[in-house]
Design a protein around this ligand. Structure first.
Ligand SMILES: [Zn+2]
Ligand SMILES: [Zn+2]
Length: 276
């Protein structure tokens, strides 16, 4: 299946009730239960790392896609996939031979490399599509719901892309003689290092960010937080309680408050003051 307009394509994955019909496909020779590869017309052309399943039972037939998985899916560029898997006709065929299909299914299902949040940085349309795939239904700035069911869904949101992430600084090659082993490369968490953060914004927040001349979403977020009541410090953090799997999914404007739910909403890193 191919969506030449990647944005409309991702919107229909996030919101099955969307009126958009961006997908072209050739299900003619397919059998129920067959896998379907979802191709997006990003630049370069990319493929979802999750496969759909063909279902002829329900109505006209279509591809089933488990929407719980959309957010955990990623994109791989089709040219690379074709080269690595030796797929001659990846850009022309609507149906892979059994052997080719087997390799695609194994590669996408079995790969340990899921990309993680790092691949969302950068300004390409592939990065933008990855950001949108991670969209949780709400504006990343004001938390208001962005309705994707309407015909104007694509204009209701703005995808903010961030400069590509440099590879972390390598460790010094100089080691003390008595050091027991090799240094492991040290990497600070993403939120401690980056200046900008990819985001999906509602129209209003996008305008506010532009009118405020903010180029960094992190700066824009911090600018909306109250000053510290104790020390007057800026860049206070909103406290989130819970035990995240990885802090890399949380922007630096969030303070990870631990798993015991507390009464306070705000945290100041200058003086450790917390208030609600
Ligand atoms: Zn907003
Ligand atoms: Zn303070």
């Amino acid at each position: 299946m191919e969506a030449a307009d990647w944005k409309d394509g991702v919107i229909t994955l996030l919101e099955p009730d969307s009126p958009y019909r961006p997908w072209r496909y050739a299900f003619g020779d397919s059998r129920p239960g067959d896998y379907s590869v979802m191709v997006l017309g990003t630049d370069p052309v990319s493929v979802l790392t999750l496969l759909g399943r063909i279902d002829h039972e329900g109505g006209l037939g279509g591809a089933l896609f488990n929407d719980h998985w959309v957010g955990s899916s990623n994109l791989v560029d089709l040219a690379t996939l074709a080269m690595v898997l030796d797929l001659d006709d990846a850009f022309t065929t609507w149906r892979f031979t059994d052997d080719d299909a087997e390799r695609v299914i194994l590669a996408l299902h079995e790969s340990r490399a899921r990309g993680g949040p790092f691949l969302r940085w950068g300004h390409s349309s592939v990065s933008a599509a990855r950001i949108l795939l991670n969209f949780n239904g709400k504006c990343d700035s004001c938390d208001e719901e962005i309705d994707l069911r309407g015909i104007d869904a694509r204009d209701r949101m703005h995808i903010h892309t961030a400069d590509p992430l440099p590879r972390p600084t390598p460790h010094s090659p100089i080691r003390p003689v008595d050091h027991p082993g090799r240094y492991r490369p040290y990497r600070a968490s993403l939120r401690d290092e980056v200046r900008d953060w990819p985001a999906v914004l509602c129209r209003r927040c996008h305008v506010r960010m532009r009118n405020g001349n903010f180029s960094s979403f992190i700066d824009f977020r911090f600018a909306q937080h109250p000053e510290c009541r104790e020390c007057g410090g800026a860049r206070t953090q909103r406290i989130a309680y819970g035990e995240p799997v990885s802090p890399d999914y949380f922007g630096p404007w969030v303070y990870l408050g631990g798993c015991v739910e507390g009464a306070d909403d705000w945290h100041c890193d200058n003086c450790e003051h917390e208030w609600s």
